[in-house]
Write a protein that binds this ligand. Structure first.
Ligand SMILES: NC(=O)c1ccc[n+]([C@@H]2O[C@H](COP(=O)([O-])OP(=O)(O)OC[C@H]3O[C@@H](n4cnc5c(N)ncnc54)[C@H](O)[C@@H]3O)[C@@H](O)[C@H]2O)c1
Length: 264
């Protein structure tokens, strides 16, 4: 058996209508997995799922709603016969100096980025653990950020939320390991990738007057990554590895996929 293949596995990826999540969906499908595209963007989500043919299915999922999680996981199991991988990828980014960040903005960021991941972890564990509706163990991959490992100007709420994802991941890994659930839980910490979110971050730096122009913002971000900017595919490759049996002895880690951003 090739431990780097994903044949027979079913993966649900939150926030996969576009951006990094869509790249993860295509990459895991190319390795043989069946994919549930789960997002609040119905039109884009259906289009992304359609590209995968019979191996893709779209479900509407707002990660902040527990009933949506229950329904999405049940649909995945009914449609594809089980659930082996849950990638908690959906998130929002808030750019604001802490001194100006409203409590509403802060709470909204936490609601999607932390509570949304908590619900995904909770319902993945329930479904994958022995006796669950899938019951065959699995891999949970939580998408944190390089900004979940060190502070970043103008990203206080986002940094705090992604730091929360980092330690939620480790706590879940401990529970699943100690309780012999056969479930691994790891986090991935991407550097800047020019998705809609990545481009918004660059634009927001200029809007907030933190960097004079978009060109200078981009140059500063490129310079912060030792080997240049990455592609969505680079993040998807990290997810692929942690989802696969090749990572069967890896749990509770934080995998930086960031072109050396954290090392510098
Ligand atoms: N792009 C970057 O530079 C970067 C860097 C580090 C970490 N990340 C992380 O990678 C992940 C993907 O980011 P991206 O760049 O693809 O962002 P993106 O904004 O392009 O895509 C995010 C997706 O999440 C979905 N989403 C948002 N709120 C949702 C909700 N409540 N329920 C369900 N889906 C929801 C959106 O509809 C969208 O499809 C995020 O966790 C992000 O924090 C991104």
């Amino acid at each position: 058996m090739n431990e780097f293949r994903l044949d027979g596995k079913v993966a649900l990826i939150s926030g996969s209508a576009r951006g990094l999540g869509a790249a993860m969906a295509e990459t895991l499908a190319a390795g043989g997995a069946k994919i549930v595209i789960a997002d609040i963007l119905d039109k884009e989500g259906k289009e992304t799922a359609a590209k995968l043919g019979a191996n893709g299915l779209f479900v509407h999922l707002d990660v902040t709603k527990e009933s949506d999680w229950e329904a999405a996981i049940e649909t995945a199991v009914k449609h594809f016969g089980g659930i082996d991988v849950v990638v908690n990828n959906a998130a929002i980014e808030t750019t604001s100096l802490l001194e100006n960040c409203t409590l509403e903005e802060f709470n909204k960021t936490f609601n999607v980025n932390v509570s949304g991941v908590f619900l995904g972890v909770k319902h993945a564990i329930r479904a994958m653990k022995p006796g669950g509706i899938s019951g065959r163990g699995g891999s949970i991959v939580n998408i944190s950020s390089a900004a979940g490992l060190k502070g970043a100007l103008g990203l206080g709420a986002y940094c705090a939320s992604k730091g929360g994802v980092r330690l939620l991941t480790k706590a879940a890994a401990v529970e699943c390991g100690r309780l012999n659930y056969g479930i691994r839980v790891n986090s991935i910490h991407p550097g800047l990738i020019k998705t809609e979110m990545g481009v918004k971050t660059l634009n927001d730096y200029v809007r907030l007057g933190l960097i004079p122009t978009e060109e200078e913002a981009e140059a500063a971000f490129i310079n912060a990554h030792l080997i240049g900017l990455g592609r969505p595919q680079d993040i998807a490759n990290g997810v692929y590895f942690l989802a696969s049996n090749a990572a069967q002895w890896i749990t509770g880690i934080e995998l930086s996929v960031d072109g050396g951003y954290i090392a510098a």
